[in-house]
Design a binder for this molecule. Structure first.
Ligand SMILES: [Zn+2]
Length: 575
């Protein structure tokens, strides 16, 4: 009875519950001065196993001294970058935080929108002289996010706390940051610097503008991406030349920026910065910029806990091009291991590592190249977009003949299908019956394992299979379409004949690292199964944020809720 009564009071007083809970801090170990969350984009869990013997830097330290979850998974089906980052920092599934894809359908406008686009908040660059006119087509904000983040919870309790997010990609930086952060910064391929949004700032702070003015990215001009380490260390990866990598030709080290093909007279231009973003050098720059942020913003310098969010995006771009079993992916991870060691040494010298808690995870994994899987005996296929599209059109033609209509009643946005119900009306079918009939036909597609209707995804009956539950966690009523296609395992629908991707509910896309490191963290391996929604609640607990009041709150900014789906992973915390 007491419990339910407190629940009601906590819900009633809302934010006050967060503030009230600070009274209990004197009975607990001190909160860390700085929490650092590192999200390595597209980092498969098995990298930690495959390269364990070679990790002597930052990954090595976390593996030796941290609490390492060996069986942590994203529990949603659409394993893309935006849902992954939002899930890690909101502690909620996409079905609650609303970011169900990098892009998602908006029925009101009848097309897809990008998850952080917001024309009301222009991008802020160093060279801005005057405020840009609103609306700004390139503007960005977190307004499509429907749940608050760890940073928002921290700021609600400690308004003096600083929250800074830095990533290679805008969606990673913004969706980790949430609503109340000082700023989210991301790499801008047109200038080679880090930029932000007017949502957070009117102008870049001086330290960031100065860092950009120093043109650090230009240091890498004329420098090739060479293979480091000895040849024998690459026995855990495949041969360097593999025709399904890269563009099919440039698949071997060293990788150089093709200056001779430069179309511009200004050699260090967008083309160079885009090349740079696809090398390990990009993450080295992100971590350098993060060091500037720690120093200039004095993160972790006082008794109020601060939060630093870092999104390392190069692993994703390299993985897309070369696949997870390439020497390029291995070399990138080995270089990142060394960069993380430098970053941790910097934290030790400034904040002191004993004052930090560090969490590391990934937004999703990735499928190995189908050509690699096939030679290993897997049933795997690369289906080109045009082939997939032709097959879908063929199935639609069959339905058109059967239903005696010429109307094109089906539009595909990737795996999301929008139906035109005028055909259903003429057949006298209810929308649900029409969806069910079309889904049954689409299940005959050669590359599809299942098709889910929004009726199935909206139902609240017990999930009958693993994938239905994951698909439900990727369903958001206002943004989900009529049908969702699920590819067969190890199948890839691809725009080109090389490279790979992610976005499925299968283990190769859901299984990610989840590591906690700090004074209050018990080192060791945890082999039981856990979900990535637990990362933010666990950090909230370490930062003395009261999760029970968060869970019960329904009030936030606009349509945003305070709430979490995950739990505190108490087994890793020293009490
Ligand atoms: Zn990603």
């Amino acid at each position: 009875m007491m419990k339910s009564r407190w629940y009601v009071i906590a819900a009633g007083i809302g934010l006050g519950a967060l503030l009230f809970s600070s009274c209990s801090r004197w009975f607990k170990p001190a909160a860390p001065k700085l929490a650092v969350v590192i999200v390595v984009d597209q980092m498969r869990y098995d990298y930690l196993v495959r390269f364990a013997g070679l990790f002597s830097g930052g990954f090595g330290k976390l593996l030796r001294e941290g609490a390492v979850f060996t069986n942590a998974h994203h529990d949603h089906a659409n394993t893309e970058t935006a849902p992954g980052h939002a899930t890690l920092l909101t502690g909620s599934h996409p079905s609650h935080h609303g970011i169900i894809g990098n892009n998602f359908y908006e029925p009101q406008i009848g097309r897809q929108v990008y998850c952080v686009d917001d024309s009301n908040f222009a991008v802020v660059k160093s060279d801005d002289k005057e405020a840009m006119n609103s609306p700004s087509p390139g503007g960005k904000s977190p307004h499509k996010l429907r749940r608050s983040t760890l940073g928002d919870w921290l700021k609600a309790k400690n308004p003096a706390a600083k929250v800074i997010s830095i990533a290679g990609k805008d969606r990673s930086a913004i969706l980790m940051a949430g609503f109340e952060a000082e700023a989210a910064y991301w790499f801008d391929a047109s200038s080679g610097g880090f930029i932000s949004s007017r949502y957070y700032l009117d102008a870049l702070p001086e330290w960031a503008a100065q860092w950009n003015a120093a043109r650090h990215a230009g240091r890498y001009y004329g420098k090739a991406w060479e293979k480091s380490h000895q040849e024998k260390d690459y026995f855990v990866s495949r041969e360097d030349f593999f025709s399904a990598e890269g563009d099919g030709e440039h698949t071997t080290f060293p990788h150089e920026f093709a200056t001779d093909e430069a179309a511009s007279t200004n050699a260090i231009d967008r083309r160079f910065y885009e090349w740079l973003a696809n090398t390990p050098f990009a993450d080295a720059l992100t971590l350098e910029f993060a060091q500037q942020a720690v120093q200039a913003e004095q993160l972790g310098a006082d008794g109020t806990p601060d939060l630093l969010l870092i999104g390392l995006s190069a692993t994703d771009l390299i993985g897309h091009d070369f696949g997870p079993l390439s020497q390029e992916s291995e070399n990138n991870l080995l270089r990142l291991d060394a960069e993380l060691a430098k970053f941790f040494a910097f934290l030790e010298a400034t904040v002191g590592l004993k004052n930090c808690v560090i969490a590391l995870s990934a937004d999703h994994g990735v499928l190995p190249l189908p050509e690699e899987l096939r030679r290993r005996g897997f049933e795997s296929a690369r289906i080109l977009y045009d082939e997939a599209f032709e097959e879908v059109k063929g199935v639609m033609r069959e339905m058109q003949q059967e239903w005696r209509t010429n109307r094109r009643f089906l539009r595909a946005f990737g795996a999301d299908i929008v139906l035109d119900f005028r055909v259903a009306d003429s057949l006298g079918l209810s929308p649900a019956a029409f969806r069910s009939r079309v889904a049954a036909k689409l299940r005959t597609l050669s590359f599809v394992s299942d098709v889910f209707t929004r009726d199935e995804l909206q139902a609240t009956d017990g999930a009958t299979c693993e994938f239905l539950e994951k698909q439900r966690h990727s369903f958001y009523p206002d943004r989900s379409t009529d049908l969702v296609l699920q590819l067969k395992p190890y199948y890839l629908v691809s725009e080109k004949s090389q490279g790979t991707t992610h976005g499925s509910p299968y283990e190769y896309d859901t299984h990610v690292p989840m590591i906690f490191w700090g004074e209050r963290i018990k080192p060791g391996r945890i082999d039981s199964s856990h979900k990535t929604v637990d990362l933010a609640p666990t950090l909230a607990y370490l930062l003395h944020l009261d999760l029970s009041s968060l869970k019960s709150q329904k009030e936030g900014r606009g349509a945003v809720e305070y709430g979490v789906d995950g739990e505190v992973l108490k087994m890793v915390i020293k009490e």
